[in-house]
Design a protein around this ligand. Structure first.
Ligand code: NAP
Length: 259
């Protein structure tokens, strides 16, 4: 085999996700719950992380098991470093490794900047951005040692385009994009890819909080004239979990509203 041919050999065959161990933060409902279920359908063993919705997480685990899959629910507040470390340690103790980390947990605390108190700012930065540091720092050495890892961060269109009343949320989601590109550079040669998915407006409890008239105005500006589904985000995550030659990218799943 020539050197050129050797360099073309993938770091690992990843045609499916059979036997891969996946952690999905904030997967007790919404986008995270669908990602967890869809990854399990691909053969992955899934850790369903939650903070407050224990019943939601157990429901997701039950649905995965009904389909013959493997999953466990683990409570951890990923805005807290020790909790996040414990989430990864419990995963490794239970399943032996972590192959795919999906940093999905997120919240909103919307206010115009004039009313943006430190609490609303810090809660969002801690939950959406610092959590990504917390979980990733716990998982990065084992991934580098096993020479395989997929880190998939759920950012947002708001981190790219901004949104009225969301300076805290936009900063957290833009931070995720910068983090993704920088870490991708550091880990590429060791088989660890780092990518982001930027959803547009997706039907979940988070967007249910947006007043109807505001939502109508948003949808009217989406070229596809509809909101996205959690399934459509999960499909992008599966694509990135299986891909080998894609890193440092941000995949937009937004109906064409931001290009
Ligand atoms: P959601 O329905 O409100 O669900 C949020 C999930 O995050 C829940 O499972 C929640 O778990 C978990 N979570 C919140 N704080 C946590 C913490 N400290 N530790 C662990 N888990 C925590 O939200 P979603 O719409 O599915 O959003 C999921 C992700 O997609 C978020 O990062 C969001 O910013 C992003 N996103 C959403 C949209 C959209 O239109 N919906 C658009 C772009 C990006 P508990 O209930 O157990 O606390």
């Amino acid at each position: 085999m020539t050197t050129v041919e050797k360099n073309l050999v993938q770091t690992e065959e990843v045609s499916g996700l059979e036997g891969k161990v996946v952690v999905v933060t904030g997967s007790s409902k919404g986008i995270g719950a669908t990602i967890a279920k869809e990854l399990a359908k691909q053969g992955a063993k899934v850790v369903v992380n939650y903070n407050s919705s224990a019943a939601g997480a157990e429901k997701v685990v039950g649905e995965i098991e009904e389909l013959g899959g493997t999953a466990v629910a683990v409570k951890a507040n990923v805005s807290n470093l020790e909790d996040a470390k414990s989430l990864i340690e419990q995963t490794i103790a239970h399943f032996g490794k972590v192959d795919v980390l999906v940093n999905n947990a997120g919240i909103t605390r919307d206010k115009t900047f004039k009313k943006m108190d430190e609490k609303a700012w810090n809660e969002v930065i801690n939950t959406n951005l610092n959590s990504v540091y917390h979980t990733t720092s716990a998982v990065i050495n084992p991934m580098l040692e096993q020479k395989f890892g997929r880190i998939i961060n759920i950012s947002s269109i708001v981190g790219q385009a901004g949104a009225f009343g969301q300076t805290n949320y936009a900063a957290s989601k833009a931070g995720i994009i910068g983090f993704t590109k920088s870490l991708a550079l550091e880990t590429a040669k060791n088989g660890v890819t780092v990518n982001a998915v930027c959803p547009g407006y997706i039907l979940t409890e988070m967007t249910a909080e947006i007043p109807e008239n505001v939502m109508e105005a948003i949808v009217s500006k989406i070229p596809m004239k509809r909101m996205g589904t959690t399934q459509e985000i999960a499909e992008a995550v599966i694509f990135l979990a299986k891909a080998d030659y894609i890193t440092g990218q941000c995949i937009n799943v937004n109906g064409g509203v931001y290009m």
